[in-house]
Design a protein around this ligand. Sequence first.
Ligand SMILES: [Zn+2]
Length: 99
Amino acid sequence: MSGPRPKTCDACGRGIAPSAVYYRFTLVLEGEQDVLDPSGGGSAGEDLAALLKQLEEGPESPQELEDQVHWERSGVVCSACRSMVVRTLAAPPEPARPH
Ligand SMILES: [Zn+2]
């Protein structure tokens, strides 16, 4: 065995040829909330504070709740997926408005 291990795109799952350009990424999604919803009272479980409270109280699926507060992935993507990600994040669709 010699040479680099074959890589797989973490987005589309296709193999990345050793000679192909690929892109390393680290994505961190942190749950944040600027204003608590005054009407909800946290009953929907969507307030960050409520999530954290559930987490402390020993929920049935701590990992799932934890992912809502802090989700982190890293890996590599192929050039096609890179284009898609860059398009998605760099140019969010603008609300229609007159120029
Ligand atoms: Zn891909």
